[in-house]
Design a protein around this ligand. Structure first.
Ligand SMILES: [Zn+2]
Length: 120
């Protein structure tokens, strides 16, 4: 159920972008999901089509890009975190409590459907 509400809020954001561009529909969208966000990409993919029904995003292709977690180790600087090991430097195991990247959930790209010239 969590992913359905995530899908709905993404559809809200995307619909707003469509309005700004005067487009009626989108054919595809790309979403960036951090490895440390609580969103499961597969579940989001599964929830999206039903949530998009009746919106300008209906039938749009959803791509999910997973963003790896990045922390800051006092010794190694910026390190890519391993989700299975938690907020620790993968090199030395030092705690990296601050997540520099990897908790995002944002609309990255939106492919608009060009108005069909035959319909004008
Ligand atoms: Zn380290």
């Amino acid at each position: 159920m969590h992913e359905a509400s995530v899908a709905l809020s993404l559809i809200d954001v995307a619909s707003e972008v469509l309005r700004e561009h005067g487009a009626a529909q989108a054919s595809a969208l790309t979403v960036r999901v951090g490895a440390w966000s609580s969103v499961v990409p597969e579940a989001l993919q599964a929830a999206f089509p039903a949530c998009a029904e009746g919106t300008p995003l209906e039938g749009a292709r959803l791509s999910v890009v997973t963003v790896p977690g990045v922390g800051e180790c006092p010794v190694h600087g910026r390190v890519t975190l391993d989700v299975t090991r938690g907020l620790r430097c993968p090199e030395c195991g030092a705690p990296t409590p601050t997540l520099l990247a990897g908790d995002e959930l944002e609309l990255d790209e939106l492919e608009l459907v060009e108005p069909d010239l035959e319909d004008v």
